[in-house]
Ligand binder design. Structure first.
Ligand SMILES: [Zn+2]
Length: 314
């Protein structure tokens, strides 16, 4: 998710590139509401990671995957249920075995319709991309961890404890040391703690456990690929936010004042990071966790931004 919708949210399969032998990434090209998409190729089967936002994107990804797979079996998994990662899944139904962890499937079942409505409100391009989307449940689910052998390519699907979403899943190739993080890492974009199931504390711990995997290549949910440092950078930021908020709670500041002052300090320190509209969500999430009070979500400024843009450039 991004704050400024720069181009129509369309996956660009023609730009797919092999990052290590047998592992392709369709890069997001910094297009808003387009994630990095993975295609892992074994001798027997091909696994796609993320389906994209809506039917057209799902079709584009499927077409590329089928071209790569030929007669091999096709599998699809998603790192989390968010629309730009998982709402193209309908295109895969009947063509691939769709596989996620049980928690992610439950979360999709519970929140899918409301996220569909929400994202349709993110401007005309998003609305168009989500036309006719039907939410599709996985064919197979697992709990905890599942190792898949694609034929000479081992892939581990691992369910996390719920930092970005309740059903977060990473995809790891132990031999190639490639890690698909989903939105637990968005390269130089502020982390998104969107609803009550997100958790700064769990997110920080999850990143620590992922660092222990020592990935050689990190494929973030959005933005340029990198190395293990990407995990460290997000963890540093979340710890910084937590410390800033904690200091102010201890000083007896009101939530209103914390909202203002912590946001200013965070923005100053992370000037080169995008999507600063998510800073208020980070502050509120941390505040709720530190004080043990119910999460009060701030207003989402995204729709206002889009509305203003569309009024200016109809
Ligand atoms: Zn997400």
């Amino acid at each position: 998710m991004m704050s400024q919708f720069n181009r129509p949210p369309l996956v660009q399969p023609a730009l797919a590139r092999e990052i290590v032998p047998g592992v392709m990434v369709i890069p997001d090209q910094y297009i808003d509401l387009v994630p990095n998409i993975g295609i892992v190729i074994g001798t027997d089967a091909v696994l796609v990671v993320e389906s994209g936002l809506g039917s057209e994107n799902g079709q584009r990804v499927l077409q590329k995957a089928m071209e790569v797979a030929g007669s091999k079996a096709l599998l699809l998994t998603t790192t989390h249920f968010h629309p730009e990662h998982a709402f193209g899944t309908g295109a895969f139904k009947g063509h691939a075995t769709i596989l996620t962890n049980t928690t992610q499937a439950d979360e999709l079942r519970e929140k899918g319709a409301s996220y569909l409505n929400l994202f349709r409100g993110f401007g005309s391009d998003a609305h168009k991309a989500l036309e006719g989307v039907e939410l599709v449940m996985p064919d197979e689910t697992y709990q905890g961890e599942k190792t898949i052998d694609l034929g000479g390519k081992q892939v581990v699907l691992h369910e996390l404890t719920g930092g970005h979403t309740r059903g977060d899943q990473i995809v790891f190739l132990p031999h190639e040391q490639v890690l698909f993080t989903g939105d637990l890492v968005e390269n130089h974009l502020f982390p998104i703690l969107f609803d009550q199931d997100a958790s700064t504390n769990r997110w920080i711990e999850e990143l620590a456990s992922l660092m222990h995997l020592s990935p050689a290549t990190v494929v973030p949910g959005h933005g340029e690929l990198g190395k293990v440092e990407l995990l460290q950078e997000v963890q540093d930021l979340l710890i910084f936010v937590r410390e800033e908020v904690n200091r102010r709670i201890k000083r007896g500041q009101t939530l209103d004042l914390i909202d203002q002052e912590a946001a200013r300090i965070i923005k100053e320190r992370y000037q080169d990071w995008g999507n600063d509209l998510w800073i208020p969500f980070e502050i509120r999430n941390v505040y709720a966790e530190l004080t043990g009070t119910p999460l009060k979500l701030p207003a989402l400024q995204l729709s206002r931004t889009i509305k203003e843009r569309e009024e200016k450039e109809p």
